[in-house]
Write a protein that binds this ligand. Structure first.
Ligand SMILES: Cc1cc2nc3c(=O)[nH]c(=O)nc-3n(C[C@H](O)[C@H](O)[C@H](O)COP(=O)(O)OP(=O)(O)OC[C@H]3O[C@@H](n4cnc5c(N)ncnc54)[C@H](O)[C@@H]3O)c2cc1C
Length: 482
């Protein structure tokens, strides 16, 4: 790697662009910039790419860290405007290579009320009309309002969705049921989601739909890393950025943890708004990004056989135990009132091979501070205790009989759990905040003219959002001005 001392840059030690973070936004920016012949350096703290959405192996089995769902399934009716097709075009990845498998059906369940959805949006509308017949007119008016709102514009007004839903709908239960999946799949705000993000996620989940690449997240990560190699993008793993040095209105160089310095004409940081501000030297007088507070715990059970053999044929279940939904940092280690269940084997046609193993993933809100202050022994103990509670609680929301439940338990081969501490470790997000800061900067601009933010704190969350955000910063802030 070309390195320099703080005040001494040479031609071959200088890059056109340095990108901090090899998560999905950083990888996408790097590929896009590399495609235009720019000299790019990608710096990643960890030994593995993917950030929040990576993969690992345990007990001889492969796991995706996240990947409940790849949103924005490109149905034939979405045509060329599909965000997923757009990102495949921009990165020259063939959609076919992802081997996308569609969801079977999913559900939002609150107390005794269920709303089911598939990748056919008309079906979701018919469900809302069936369960909330008295809301039919108002729901359609809400849909028109959403269509007319400039949600995808970089300066879209970040209104409160809770407030808008309470004005547009009469039945609070419908409002709560619409908030639950959209908050879980992308809100950094306490007990709410900003209206543009709500619209983007509503479109991504319900209008376009859910799918999963047959080979998991590696179907996206492998072509991205191969492209980096082909394009000559320099990638340095295990290389944390220690400080970003500034001079009035621009970045002068980056200091690495190993004491070396690197320079570039442009810099992109994908490690979060607040986390980027924390790296600035000298340190800014005031921080412009609020700290994120929402984190999660997820428990993954591996069991023998196909979920269908247990009577489970749904893909994702968003559940809440009452009629009102609280999306917040819990006061205890874990909040069991609401959560998300994902059964990844229920994407695509069922393969009822009884020897095959399947996974059940159950996610709940969790408190980062409480988990992080536990000593190692107590941490491992609490993880085990909560793993069992999470599973017992989650199973209530899946239709099955007592015998099938016993069958599931006897066929469970292993369980693995990650906590907010794991999220912090693999992303460096303050507080293990799943979706970063509630403050977002959609165009990625910062007070420094050669530093841009991409990824979670741009406000484009999720796998597709992070990748499109990375592409947008590369295109609009750098390539357009060459
Ligand atoms: C458990 C879980 C499940 C999820 N499930 C889904 C899902 O099913 N569908 C979906 O669409 N989205 C899902 N998401 C969200 C999605 O993964 C993220 O929105 C997206 O991956 C964010 O990408 P990013 O590039 O913005 O940030 P990150 O993935 O956070 O990448 C930032 C990178 O920067 C690196 N970094 C940080 N600090 C430094 C430093 N100082 N020096 C060098 N490198 C640094 C980090 O190590 C990391 O690799 C899930 C997230 C989690 C945690």
């Amino acid at each position: 790697m070309s390195t320099v001392s703080p005040n001494n840059s040479t031609a071959d030690s200088h890059y056109d662009v340095i990108i901090i973070g090899a998560g999905l936004s950083g990888l996408s920016s790097a590929v896009r910039l590399g495609m235009f012949g720019l000299k790019v350096l990608l710096l990643e703290k960890h030994y593995i790419v993917g950030g929040l959405n990576s993969f690992y192996a345990k007990g001889g089995r492969k796991f995706d860290v996240g990947l409940h769902a790849l949103t924005n399934f490109p149905s034939p009716s979405s045509g060329k405007s599909s965000p997923l097709l757009k990102l495949c075009r921009q990165l020259r990845i063939s959609l076919d290579s992802l081997a996308l498998q569609e969801q079977t059906s999913s559900r939002i369940t609150f107390g005794r009320t269920d709303l089911r959805f598939t990748n056919n949006f008309e079906f979701f509308i018919s469900e809302i009309e069936r369960v909330f017949p008295h809301e039919q007119k108002r729901f359609h008016r809400l849909l028109s309002k959403m269509e007319n709102f400039p949600a995808y514009s970089v300066d879209a007004e970040e209104l409160s969705t809770r407030k808008i839903l309470s004005e547009e709908l009469n039945d609070p239960l419908l409002a709560e049921m619409l908030l639950c999946p959209t908050c879980y799949y992308g809100s950094a705000r306490k007990n709410d989601i900003d209206f543009p993000t709500f619209i983007m996620l509503f479109d991504a989940i319900f209008k376009q739909g859910l799918a999963r690449p047959e080979q998991g997240i590696r179907a996206l990560l492998d072509p991205l890393t191969s492209k980096l190699k082909e394009l000559g993008v320099e990638r340095k793993m295990n290389t944390p950025v220690q400080a970003i040095h500034t001079d009035t209105d621009k970045i002068t160089n980056i200091e690495l943890e190993n004491g070396k310095y690197v320079t570039a004409t442009h810099y992109i940081s994908t490690c979060g708004g607040l986390e980027t501000e924390n790296l600035l030297q000298p340190s800014p007088h005031a921080k412009s990004f609020e700290i994120g507070r929402f984190s999660i715990i997820e428990s993954i059970s591996v069991f023998e056989g196909h979920p269908k053999s247990l009577g489970w044929d749904e893909t994702v279940v968003f559940f809440n135990d009452s009629e009102s939904f609280s999306y917040n940092e819990p006061k205890e280690l874990v909040d069991l009132h609401s959560g998300v269940i994902c059964i990844p084997n229920n994407y695509g046609p069922p393969i009822l091979d009884m020897e095959k193993e399947s996974k059940l993933r159950v996610t709940h809100p969790a408190n980062y501070n409480l988990w992080s202050e536990l000593d190692k022994e107590t941490y491992l103990h609490k993880k085990k205790v909560w793993e069992e509670r999470i599973l017992e609680n989650g199973l209530q929301y899946l239709p099955t009989s007592r015998e099938k439940l016993a069958q599931f338990k006897s066929k469970t081969r292993m369980t693995d759990t990650f906590t907010p501490r794991t999220i912090k470790k693999f992303t460096s997000h303050e507080n293990g905040a799943l979706y970063g800061s509630p403050t977002k900067k959609r165009d990625g601009a910062t007070p420094f003219k050669n530093l841009f933010l991409a990824g979670s704190d741009q406000g484009y969350v999720g796998i597709v959002g992070a990748m499109l955000g990375g592409i947008a910063v590369a295109n609009n802030q750098i390539l357009r001005n060459l």
